[in-house]
Design a protein around this ligand. Structure first.
Ligand code: BTN
Length: 268
């Protein structure tokens, strides 16, 4: 089987058995600019909840904060889910955290020890980036109309295959596991886990997601972080994740900052 075939509809249909991401909504492209961009277009054209767009490679993969996402063909996972949750806008950011939990569980189930989540959207191993999540939303009034949740996961090959600036900060599952994984199996397992967490979140709220996220984040309460938000930079100690999904940081003056959107960097 060629590498690309792992992800085709024919290979994936038998694996798409959990209901929310059924065969009818599975779209595979060999090359696309960005699965998030394509999923957004499909959602605008009326594609239903549970559609998932998967590409073997991307020519214009997008990361958070306007960055690009290196997307060589044949080795990694690049996919975007169309979700149409009945959610008030302030709860949409929780979907990124939920996705992180499903992703961390999925790589752990594949045998990879030591996966760690970094708020809000990074999956790390040994301080290096293993995966990332990009959630983009269109709203109708105070509620989300649809949310596109895109995931990039470094599966096979070596991080040295990425552009030089990315290579030194990245890691692949294969480098940690010492073997390649079947991308179709990893994707199907992720979708299955995501579905479980998504239903749990809608039915029971954010508490279980938060507890699981904290387990993978392993915040020590003393970890020095630099937080970049729209209103500037703050340094402090990452303490906790609050019940709304905000990162709680203790500033130097003892005050607690709750960060809803932004980026953190660990300080050594
Ligand atoms: C980040 O860590 O900055 C988020 C990276 C998200 C990358 C994925 S790859 C599939 C999907 N399509 C995109 O263009 N981006 C996301």
């Amino acid at each position: 089987m060629s590498r690309c075939e792992e992800l085709t509809r024919a290979s994936m249909i038998p694996r798409l058995t959990n209901g929310m991401f059924g065969p009818e909504g599975y779209r595979f492209e060999e090359v696309v600019d960005s699965t998030n961009r394509m999923a957004m277009t499909l959602a605008q054209e009326g594609a239903p909840h549970g559609t998932v767009v998967v590409a073997d490679g991307q020519t214009g993969g997008r990361g958070r904060l306007g960055r690009s996402w290196a997307s060589p063909p044949g080795v990694n996972l690049y996919f975007s889910m169309i979700l149409k949750p009945e959610l008030p806008l302030e709860r949409v950011a929780m979907l990124t955290l939920l996705t992180g939990v499903a992703l961390a569980e999925c790589v752990t189930a594949a045998g990879l020890d030591g996966a760690r989540l970094k708020w809000p959207n990074d999956l790390l191993h040994g301080g290096r980036k293993l995966g990332g999540i990009l959630a983009e939303m269109t709203a109708r009034g105070e509620r989300a109309r649809y949310v596109i949740v895109g995931v990039g996961l470094n599966v096979n090959g070596r991080a040295t295959g990425f552009p030089a600036d990315v290579a030194q900060r990245a890691v692949t599952m294969a480098e940690v596991l010492g073997r390649d994984s079947n991308r179709g199996e990893v994707l199907a397992d992720f979708l299955h886990r995501f579905t479980g967490w998504y239903r749990c979140f809608l039915e029971e709220g954010f508490a279980s997601v938060r507890a699981e996220w904290l387990g993978y984040a392993r915040l020590t309460g003393g970890e020095r972080v630099r937080v970049t938000t729209e209103s500037g930079e703050v340094t402090g100690e990452a303490l906790d994740l609050d019940e709304r999904g905000c990162l709680m940081v203790r500033r130097g003056d003892g005050g607690i900052l709750r960060v809803m959107t932004g980026e953190i960097n660990f300080e050594r």
